[in-house]
Design a protein around this ligand. Structure first.
Ligand SMILES: Cc1cc2nc3c(=O)[nH]c(=O)nc-3n(C[C@H](O)[C@H](O)[C@H](O)COP(=O)(O)OP(=O)(O)OC[C@H]3O[C@@H](n4cnc5c(N)ncnc54)[C@H](O)[C@@H]3O)c2cc1C
Length: 751
């Protein structure tokens, strides 16, 4: 199918593996990968062009030139062992990442806690300095748009995993060791083995290489004292550390954040103010600052970057916040992380801290049971739930209740066990105004934070007069009949109501998706986060004639516009006949056919911007182009049309002609989104012809099919998924590129 090498990633839905997938994609590899079930990460990769295989089967690896596996993929895994048997090139994730690092100046960040945050901060500092680094982190960093950012610059900043000693596969130029604790004992067995691995890591530096280590950490200091490579210590102790912080203020002026003064060798560098909270994040910032200074970035630039850093996904991720409640999702699952995170949360000064904890893995719970006992003292109330197994077999006598017992025995006054399934309703019913609810754990407990936040958000739309639906399936609102639930589906009652919806979305930081008739949309199976706004209420469907100008609300059906024009002696919009959609969607897409498009008929549009202000744009102010109005700054609420006069007979004849043409050429029996691809900019050439000549007419994947009647239509034969459609899109693009060297561009909006 393609000349590019194929790389297969086992466990591609994981945070580390997906970062690699993105890097391979960026280098033009044909990327495929498997995982047990579909998740958001895999959907994103699919959109980027990767092939997603669900389930693990030997056959998945055949045809791959390179197979990459992560630490959680055992030797006996069917795909790993098949690759070995077939003699395919098989490498660990860290070896793959090490290959990307070759020829780059590599900054590797390791340690038991704080790796993701510190790695992201170093990346931010270099970006702020205009260096365009590549950054690979073990979490989702919103600023980078994910877990990997691929830059053109010389520097590569990576999070190096110490858990199975795979960090020894790297040969960094600069290292950061944030802290060292007794963890991952299943791999290391003894503390000496852990320290030995860190020592070897430090020795991976070139002889002139330098590393930064946290001077507040006993074991880091111990390694630094061995002088294997020169160490720069950072921390709170000015006697011991070269880079240090003083005057730490948590939540300065009541704002979520932390500020401190930064120093280097007795010289004051200046003040840093961050949006993250907690002293542990001051240490992470000092490490990143030290790396930045070492790489020639000025203090001011580094401080600016640190001030902008908003955190990574699941690292004190605030899912909901108002005067009454705050709901936070955090990845902390080790006792030290839990203790620090709760301490930082306490600094926010809410009345009560309600912690929810899901222990991670049976082995870890067993090994750390005693330490868990004392790590929740900052929480006023604690709920512990079942252990998240992460593929492990249960250990008799180790369960969520065991952790509960350990915490109670350590003296906690209010701790109870709640089964995972009941968590969200139990917590919602126990919440009181003034609560900060913090959900802790590395497993699926983050869904609980989302559920509680979503219930609270539903309340925020209580003033909306129009229709507000939660978890509304998008398959009900798309012509393809595909799409999972959207958090909120809102049909505002009128302009005032729409303004209010936008205000709430801004305040609650909810993403807005606009829907017209849904005839040009492909919605994902997993659904969408945020709010779908549809102007379907009567106030948006008014159509009237004044001074020879037809004015139509954005929700008016296109067919109604044609009929209204006809009744009032106007023509010119016959080409719209059979193009399903409402006025807002038709204008937004600059819909057209038979060589005509709607921009020719538009006189002006009324737009409501995201702030709720309305303004009128005259036709010349709208950057219309082929199948786009180019309007991004808001919602079309009303459109004025200037139509030519026409006799009934002329209009009716044209309408009949166009209607018959559509019946003859298009598949109108099955759900579709009309033409899937824009026509290429080649005279006399259509996408449908190219797909047809590439031999794909009738091609079926799952329950989606390239129509037999019109090769530019992808139809839903019944029960098709968005993945089926995406796979056909990919096939068509590849086949047309290969055969005609033409890049097909998707016309349908993929949400
Ligand atoms: C059988 C069939 C045949 C088709 N034939 C044609 C054809 O010949 N020519 C053609 O051009 N298209 C065709 N289409 C595609 C589709 O009809 C058009 O793209 C139409 O413009 C979609 O309108 P809609 O209201 O359904 O918009 P939607 O599909 O709901 O939305 C399309 C885009 O418009 C945006 N949008 C919607 N409402 C607003 C608003 N009020 N303000 C700002 N943005 C908004 C949406 O966010 C989205 O990005 C066909 C579709 C089908 C199913």
């Amino acid at each position: 199918m393609t000349n590019s090498p194929t790389v297969h990633l086992i466990g591609m839905g994981g945070i580390g593996m997906s970062a690699l997938a993105k890097m391979y994609l960026s280098m033009g590899y044909w990327v495929q990968g498997s995982d047990v079930k579909k998740n958001e990460i895999l959907c994103e990769l699919e959109k980027m062009g990767a092939k997603v295989l669900i389930g693990h089967e030997e056959g998945h690896v055949s045809g791959a030139n390179l197979v990459v596996y992560s630490s959680s993929i055992a030797r006996e895994h069917p795909e790993r062992s098949a690759a070995l048997r077939q003699g395919l090139r098989l490498i660990h994730r860290s070896e793959a990442l090490a290959q990307f690092c070759r020829g780059k100046y590599t900054v590797a960040v390791t340690g038991t806690h704080g790796k993701t945050t510190t790695t992201a901060m170093v990346g931010m500092i270099l970006k702020e300095a205009g260096r365009d680094p590549s950054v690979v982190v073990g979490g989702v960093v919103h600023f980078f748009g994910g877990n990997a950012c691929i830059g053109e610059g010389h520097e590569m900043v990576i999070e190096a995993d110490e858990s199975d000693a795979s960090f020894l596969n790297f040969s960094p130029n600069l290292e950061i060791v944030t802290n060292i604790e007794e963890e991952h004992m299943d791999h290391y067995k003894t503390l000496d083995a852990i320290l030995g691995a860190y020592e070897s890591f430090v020795q991976k530096l070139p002889p002139e290489g330098v590393w930064l280590g946290c001077g507040d950490d006993f074991f880091v200091r111990q390694i630094a004292a061995r002088n294997l490579r020169p160490a720069i210590l950072y921390g709170f102790n000015s006697e011991l550390c070269q880079i240090y912080a003083t005057d730490v203020v948590e939540c300065p002026q009541g704002e979520r954040g932390v500020s401190f003064n930064a120093w280097q060798n007795g010289h004051k560098l200046g003040a840093v103010r961050m949006r993250l909270i907690g002293r542990h994040n001051v240490l992470n910032a000092l490490a990143a600052l030290g790396a930045g200074l070492r790489l020639g970035v000025s203090f001011q630039t580094a401080a600016t970057a640190l001030g902008k850093y908003q955190g990574a996904g699941r690292r004190f991720d605030v899912c909901y916040e108002d005067e009454r409640f705050m709901v936070v999702d955090d990845y902390a699952h080790h006792p030290t992380e839990i203790e620090q995170t709760l301490l930082a949360a306490k600094g926010l000064g809410r009345k009560r801290i309600v912690a929810v904890f899901q222990p991670h893995r049976y082995t870890r719970t067993q090994a750390l049971l005693e330490k868990f006992g004392g790590s929740f003292s900052s929480a006023d109330k604690l709920f512990v739930t079942d252990i998240y197994a992460a593929g492990e077999a249960p250990i008799p006598g180790i369960a969520g209740q065991t952790v509960c017992e350990a915490v109670r025995e350590a003296g906690h006054p209010d701790v109870s066990f709640v089964e995972r399934f009941h968590l969200a309703p139990v917590i919602s019913s126990e919440m009181k105004p003034g609560d900060l609810v913090i959900v802790l754990g590395a497993g699926d407990v983050s869904q609980v934070a989302a559920q509680i936040a979503s219930a609270l958000k539903a309340q925020v739309f209580s003033e909306i007069r129009g229709k507000v639906l939660q978890k509304e399936p998008l398959s009900r609102h798309t012509s393809l009949k595909i799409g999972g639930p959207i958090d909120f589906w809102i049909e505002p009652e009128d302009w005032q109501d729409l303004r209010k919806v936008l205000e709430v979305c801004r305040k609650e930081n909810l993403k807005v998706h606009l829907f017209g008739g849904g005839n040009n949309l492909l919605a994902p199976e997993e659904g969408l986060k945020g709010v779908g706004i549809c102007l379907n209420a009567p106030a948006f469907r008014k159509i009237l004639l004044k001074d020879g100008v037809i004015s139509a609300g954005a929700g008016t059906a296109g067919s109604l516009l044609i009929q209204f024009a006809l009744e009032h002696g106007f023509g010119g919009c016959e080409f719209l006949s059979g193009i399903p959609g409402c006025v807002g969607g038709l204008v937004a897409m600059n819909a057209g056919s038979h060589g005509e498009s709607i921009d020719a008929l538009v006189r002006s549009v009324t737009l409501m911007d995201w702030e709720g202000h309305t303004r009128i744009l005259l036709k010349d102010q709208i950057p219309f182009s082929y199948r786009s109005s180019g309007i991004k700054e808001g919602i079309l609420v009303e459109v004025e049309f200037a139509l030519p006069k026409s006799t009934d007979a002329q209009t009716l004849q044209k309408l009949d002609e166009y209607h018959q043409y559509r019946q003859k050429t298009q598949d109108l029996q099955h759900p579709s989104a009309g033409c899937m691809f824009k026509n290429p900019n080649i005279p006399g050439c259509s996408s449908g012809q190219l797909i047809d000549q590439a031999g794909l007419k009738g091609k079926r994947i799952g329950n989606a099919q390239i129509s037999e009647k019109h090769a530019n239509f992808i139809i839903n034969l019944g029960g098709a998924s968005s993945q089926d459609v995406l796979a056909l899109i990919r096939e068509a693009k590849l086949a047309v590129k290969e055969k005609f060297d033409v890049d097909l561009e998707v016309e349908v909006k993929i949400l």
